[in-house]
Design a protein around this ligand. Structure first.
Ligand code: 8YV
Length: 328
């Protein structure tokens, strides 16, 4: 692959420094308006670009990959999760997929803690009261929440982000438990004083807080379903900064409404911005608009990763953050 002037199409507006560097290095088409590309726009982009830089708002399925031009050789995703891309189909067609792992870890783990604290300490109810102008002053029994310290946190998915959550939770005095496809090395378990649960059912039944930190794959879809929600303690809360699809959102909404579980802190939703409207009416939920990794620093570092992935590929090497189907 010649290193000069690869044609790159970027689907969304990125931080200015990233766009500038991208324009210096490649023959880049930047997005003028910051709206997701339509399917047709994406298909057309895939017919002319050597490299596509999509985000979570662009789904790239097998049919679109089949319609892509022969020149499309790399999809350099601006994001760590690649569930928006049919990675296996891309691979079969000789199109490489790369992502931006690592740089979203701390920011996402921070937001996970914010949700844990926010739900347990009823922060959104406090904010709503202040905004309403109806606060009548301090009262001994007003807005009592739970103490985070001493609670059992069950982390579902103990990869980079899960471990960063564990580190933070430990500093807050929480007891760390986890369920993962693979048990961690004993040294890592010891670092977090973490208890491994082979059975997810057993873990969810015993935790005070469940945090979703696994990627969305066919095997994690609805891992937290109606049956598992029923296993949770009625005093337990669940937080999700990973992907909405891991939780059955309708079952969760029912569980929250009926008091089967005490609360939820959500940054991601099963159908993107198409949130179950009933969730919005509940006091015991804290809802955020997918902003777990939304820091200035994180977005620039994501852009740098994308640039390195493309540049390395342009120079004839394997992109450092290549995603292969067996990793998923
Ligand atoms: C990103 C994310 O902002 O990196 C990820 O996987 O979920 C987000 O934090 C988004 O995916 C950008 O495409």
């Amino acid at each position: 692959m010649a290193s000069e002037r690869l044609s790159v199409v970027v689907t969304r507006r990125l931080p200015e420094v990233v766009e500038t560097r991208m324009s210096e290095l490649f023959d880049v088409e930047l997005r003028e308006t910051d709206t997701p590309m339509t399917r047709d726009e994406l298909v057309n982009a895939m017919k002319r670009a050597d490299v596509l830089v999509p985000t979570i708002t662009e789904t790239i399925d097998a049919n679109m990959l089949a319609a892509a031009g022969e020149q499309l050789k790399l999809i350099a995703n601006f994001g760590a999760g690649v569930d928006n891309i049919d990675v296996s189909s891309a691979r079969q067609r000789g199109i490489l997929v790369a992502n931006t792992p690592g740089v979203v870890t701390d920011d996402t783990a921070d937001m996970t803690m914010a949700l844990i604290l926010g739900v347990t300490r009823r922060i959104s109810e406090g904010v709503a009261l202040m905004r309403s102008g109806k606060w009548e002053g301090w009262a001994p029994t007003a807005l009592l929440g739970g103490r985070v310290s001493g609670r059992r946190l069950g982390i579902l998915g103990m990869g980079r982000i899960g471990q960063a959550v564990a580190r933070r939770a430990q500093a807050f005095g929480m007891q760390v438990h986890y369920h993962n496809r693979k048990r961690l090395h004993p040294e890592i378990e010891a670092e977090f004083d973490a208890t491994y649960w082979e059975s997810l059912d057993q873990m969810v039944a015993r935790m005070d807080v469940i945090s979703i930190n696994c990627p969305h794959t066919p095997s994690t879809f609805h891992l937290i379903n109606a049956r598992r929600l029923k296993l949770m303690k009625p005093s337990a809360v669940i937080v999700n900064t990973s992907r909405g699809e891991v939780i059955d959102e309708n079952a969760l909404t029912r569980g929250l409404r009926s008091g089967e579980i005490a609360g939820a802190g959500l940054d991601v939703y099963e159908h993107g911005q198409g949130i179950n409207p009933r969730l919005r009416d509940l006091d015991n939920v804290l809802l955020l608009p997918h902003m777990g990794s939304a820091t200035h620093e994180g977005r620039i570092e994501m852009g740098e990763k994308v640039l390195i992935n493309i540049k390395t590929f342009a120079d004839g090497h394997r992109p450092p953050d290549l995603v292969v189907p067996s990793m998923l």
